[in-house]
Design a protein around this ligand. Structure first.
Ligand SMILES: Cc1ncc(COP(=O)(O)O)c(C=O)c1O
Length: 312
């Protein structure tokens, strides 16, 4: 039986690894915050997003966790692992009813999740689109009474609060950082980092979120609500000039992004996921090439994990 190595209140300090990258000029420095190493199974932002929610579910005496996602969702993978490790039941409401009786077509994410004890409810895409409606949720509450509901992507206020621990580590490890780059899916990770970032220092600090999806601007009002202020110490970047950073949209990529990912992995002896962090590294290189960082910048890339997505 797998031994749970971390308590839900325990946060490992992960390394801030200097980045080796030919495009950095003499007076720019860059690091990667290795939160892919923050938990043996529930890596990166997923561990932070889940741990306070798991604690709340346990404290409320909930019977299990109920959450949503697509067949390749990192969040479904992480929730299944968290439920297993911390002894809770879990059900995933999965987009795509065609998967319900076709286990052959399941992604590695779904296969692993079911092996960890997660059960699934497969729903059609049109049904899934109703997930933010109260009566849709009420129906699932009736089927799963006393289950703790975690929204899609694990993005809620507790997830945002938890990201403050990452910011505290970064401030300790590199107090004079100027730019922090992170991947954006729902924007909760960006919001949590920006909310916790010091904004009354003599050094300008900004958190830049790199959109992994097309037309991400619709996320801005929600991110503003989460952060509690409009884009000031944070920005959502979808691209630069004619170059988008999303590689064609969520779950898609380009040969340029893949090549950049491989180059960065080799230079820095680490792995990146193709959906989120590869696009951040691509943006990092592109921003450097276009002098988007002033001289003397101290740039940090937040490695948000998701490595399980490499096998999907
Ligand atoms: C590995 C990884 N990085 C980044 C993100 C984006 O996080 P958020 O949805 O909080 O923007 C996700 C998705 O949640 C993810 O799985």
């Amino acid at each position: 039986m797998y031994q749970t190595p971390l308590g839900l209140k325990q946060v490992l300090t992960t390394p801030l690894q200097p980045i080796q990258w030919p495009r950095l000029t003499g007076n720019q420095q860059a690091w990667i915050k290795r939160d892919d190493l923050n938990h043996p199974r529930i890596q990166g932002n997923k561990w932070h997003k889940l741990r306070l929610n798991m604690l709340a579910a346990q404290q409320a005496g909930c019977a299990g966790l109920l959450t949503f996602g697509g067949a390749h969702s990192n969040h479904i993978a992480a929730t299944a692992a968290a439920a297993y490790d911390y002894g809770m039941a879990a059900t995933g409401i999965i987009r795509g009813d065609e998967l319900s009786d076709n286990q052959q077509a399941w992604s590695a994410t779904l296969k692993n999740a079911v092996a960890l004890g997660m059960t699934f409810e497969f729903v059609s895409r049109s049904h899934y689109r109703q997930r933010n409606q109260a009566d849709w949720m009420a129906k699932w509450h009736a089927v799963y009474p006393n289950y703790y509901v975690i929204p899609e992507g694990g993005s809620n206020d507790l997830a945002i609060t938890a990201m403050a621990d990452v910011m505290a580590q970064i401030n300790d490890q590199c107090p004079d950082w100027t730019h922090l780059l992170c991947a954006v899916g729902t924007g909760a990770t960006l919001a949590g980092l920006a909310k916790a970032a010091p904004n009354k220092t003599t050094i300008n600090k900004a958190v830049w979120g790199i959109a992994s999806l097309k037309q991400a601007e619709h996320l801005i009002p929600q991110i503003e609500t989460w952060v509690g202020q409009p884009q000031s110490n944070w920005r959502l970047l979808s691209g630069l000039g004619n170059t988008p950073f999303h590689g064609g949209g969520y779950g898609k990529t380009t040969p340029e992004i893949t090549a950049m990912q491989q180059q960065f992995e080799q230079h820095n002896d680490l792995l990146l996921d193709p959906i989120y962090n590869a696009k951040v590294v691509y943006a990092f290189d592109h921003l450097l090439a276009h002098n988007a960082f002033p001289e003397d910048s101290r740039i940090i890339i937040y490695h948000s994990g998701g490595l399980q997505g490499r096998s999907d």
